[in-house]
Design a protein around this ligand. Structure first.
Ligand SMILES: Nc1nc2c(ncn2[C@@H]2O[C@H](COP(=O)(O)OP(=O)(O)O)[C@@H](O)[C@H]2O)c(=O)[nH]1
Ligand SMILES: [Mg+2]
Length: 255
């Protein structure tokens, strides 16, 4: 059932059963139900991390904010005392590698990179080798999200996951969605969820006029939890997702 219908059905039921009469009561019931839809259980993050290493793959179409989000999270993890290494597996464009290096420099973390056009799987392999020999605990991998060549993308992601799997590292796959793309975000999420086991969503560009309501449908239909929100182009503009605050913001009650 489409998310909106499901949501309205639940609110109608509550209005009847709880005899809600005032507008504010109905509004609160709606907000409760929206927050409930967003409360998706966490997905298992792959194999048991024998050596304690966690690998986070960032996927999503071009321009959604993968590289920026990696930089933000790399810094956050580093501030929390984690040893972070980045892998530049978006080898499709030379500029992508340079951009990741630039951001990594700002975040104060190292990057493993190959030449443009190199095999992304080989980059992941080298990054994990380097991470292991250097005793790192968090590896973040930037990938090229090219939906138009879905088979390539699927093959790439599979290969990357296989390499990561060899190291018995815990694996997160974070799908980056641009809040300003609206309905398109849902079809992107469907495609990526088909191609790989997405464990969480990073919803970017919530600092503009976009409210990101599409994640209600993504959470509901695909059962993928939202993990982080991006709120600007700066290094600090990231926050953990909070369903209650998010719903308040949709209603224009930002705190
Ligand atoms: N306003 C805003 N811009 C963002 C946010 N995240 C990323 N961007 C911008 O979106 C553009 C694309 O980001 P990038 O990380 O290169 O996307 P990628 O192609 O997925 O790696 C850049 O201009 C970023 O500064 C955000 O949370 N808010
Ligand atoms: Mg990028």
């Amino acid at each position: 059932m489409p998310t909106t219908e499901k949501l309205l059905g639940r609110v109608r039921k509550r209005v009847k059963e709880e005899r809600l009469e005032q507008g504010s009561q109905v509004r609160n019931a709606l907000k409760d139900e929206m927050a409930r839809l967003l409360d998706v259980p966490a997905k298992p993050a792959g194999a048991i991390p024998v050596n304690g290493m966690k690998v986070i793959l960032f996927v999503g179409v071009n321009g959604t904010g993968k590289t920026t989000s990696i930089a933000k999270l790399a810094r956050e993890y580093k501030s929390a005392g984690k040893k972070v290494l980045l892998g530049a597996a978006d080898t499709f464009r030379a500029a992508a590698i340079d951009q990741l290096k630039l951001w990594a420099g700002r975040a104060g973390v190292d990057v493993v990179a190959h030449q443009p056009g190199a095999d992304p799987g080989a980059v992941v392999f080298d990054t994990l080798e380097a991470a292991r020999s250097r005793g790192m605990d968090t590896v973040m991998i930037d990938t090229a999200g090219r939906l138009q060549t879905r088979h390539n993308l699927m093959d790439e992601l599979k290969k990357i996951r296989k390499v990561a799997g060899k190291y018995e590292a815990a694996q997160e796959v974070l799908l980056v969605i641009d809040a300003t793309t609206g309905q398109n975000g849902l079809s992107q999420a469907r495609s990526f969820a088909e191609a790989t086991d997405v464990t969480g969503i990073v919803l970017t560009k919530l600092d503009g006029t976009a409210k990101g309501g599409i994640v209600l449908a993504i959470s509901d239909e695909l059962q993928i939890p939202i993990k982080y929100i991006g709120t600007g182009e700066g290094m600090d503009d990231i926050a953990s997702f909070d369903a209650r605050l998010f719903v308040d913001a949709i209603f224009g009650e930002a705190v």
